[in-house]
Design a protein around this ligand. Structure first.
Ligand code: HEM
Ligand code: HEM
Length: 254
């Protein structure tokens, strides 16, 4: 039986695998068809490819919300585990309240970004949503792998989420701009986003492999404390702790 803490750990990867990654595949396929159809019509006046631009746009709007939501769940994992295991709401209630408010403010900014019509408001709410993600990511419990930023699930994930927020913010401009400048910017940036999502698939499965189940935590901690990678060591059974240590506590010892 999976414990509640382990189910929480699996929530983010499960949503990514079941929902977000297939959606990205679908959207990329529609994007390719949209571009080929537009170019064929521009060159020869007609195309056999069906018009799927609106479907790409409809699913694209969903994608921004799901990627930001997925990132929020990923970002909250270690801070929430640390708040619960250290009973921080007794010791530092204002920190906990501030964290919750920031979380809600980020979601609210995204909701307003979906509603915003004028360019200025779209810019403001896109900036606020992006800032919310960055500030939430600054929580000390979040494992950022800064020394290896180029293979960091955190940095690649935040970059991909920013590109999705930007896509939503410039959406009306893609249609308004007759010179296709925004369309080109969108296509180039989101081709990079596809590579970042592939990076998220690779770094995500690696990070999942490095995350022990809650009953394994107290044994795995000893592996790092005793540097078992480099030398022989003995792992002793310790009394079961009622609380689970956040994964970051172990990772930071590596
Ligand atoms: C994996 C992510 C994505 C990729 C690879 C992608 C790529 C593309 C490409 C290649 C085009 C066609 C450009 C052209 O005609 O030359 C396009 C069009 C478009 N994309 Fe995306 N896009 C992605 C996500 C999004 C998102 C998240 C949104 C909205 C929030 C969005 C909104 C649009 C819109 C409105 C168009 C114009 C469609 C039309 O012509 O009717 N896309 N995209
Ligand atoms: C659309 C793709 C994805 C995005 C945007 C994304 C984003 C994020 C972000 C921003 C974090 C928080 C930073 C961190 O702790 O590294 C995170 C954590 C994590 N993600 Fe992803 N992720 C994606 C896909 C995946 C996939 C496919 C897996 C695994 C199958 C995965 C597994 C994890 C794990 C294990 C964590 C660490 C949770 C923890 O212990 O703190 N992610 N993700």
């Amino acid at each position: 039986m999976v414990e509640l803490a382990d189910a929480f750990t699996l929530l983010h990867p499960a949503i990514a695998v079941v929902f977000v990654l297939p959606l990205i595949g679908l959207i990329t396929n529609l994007a390719w068809q949209t571009r080929r159809r537009r170019i064929e019509i521009a060159v020869g006046g007609k195309s056999k490819i069906p018009p799927v631009g609106l479907e790409h746009q409809r699913l694209g709007r969903w994608l921004t919300g799901t990627v930001v939501g997925l990132s929020l769940i990923g970002l909250s994992h270690d801070p929430v585990t640390s708040i619960l295991s250290d009973r921080l709401w007794n010791k530092q209630p204002f920190q906990v309240i501030f964290y919750v408010l920031l979380f809600l403010a980020t979601i609210t900014s995204l909701v307003f970004l979906y509603q915003a019509k004028t360019r200025i408001w779209r810019g403001i709410f896109a900036t606020l949503t992006g800032m919310g993600l960055v500030v939430l990511g600054c929580h000390p419990a979040v494992f950022r792998r800064t020394d290896e930023w180029y293979v960091s699930h955190y940095y690649i994930g935040i970059a991909a989420a920013m590109l999705m927020i930007f896509s939503l913010a410039i959406l009306p401009d893609i249609y308004k701009d007759r010179s296709n400048r925004w369309r080109l910017i969108h296509a180039v940036l989101n081709s990079i986003a596809v590579l970042l999502f592939i990076g998220q698939g690779l770094t995500g499965v690696r990070d999942l492999l490095e995350t022990p189940l809650s009953w394994q935590t107290r044994y795995v901690e000893q592996l790092y404390q005793q540097n078992c990678k480099e030398k022989n060591c003995t792992i002793k059974a310790t009394p079961a702790s009622p609380q689970m240590a956040p994964a970051t506590e172990m990772r930071s010892e590596r």
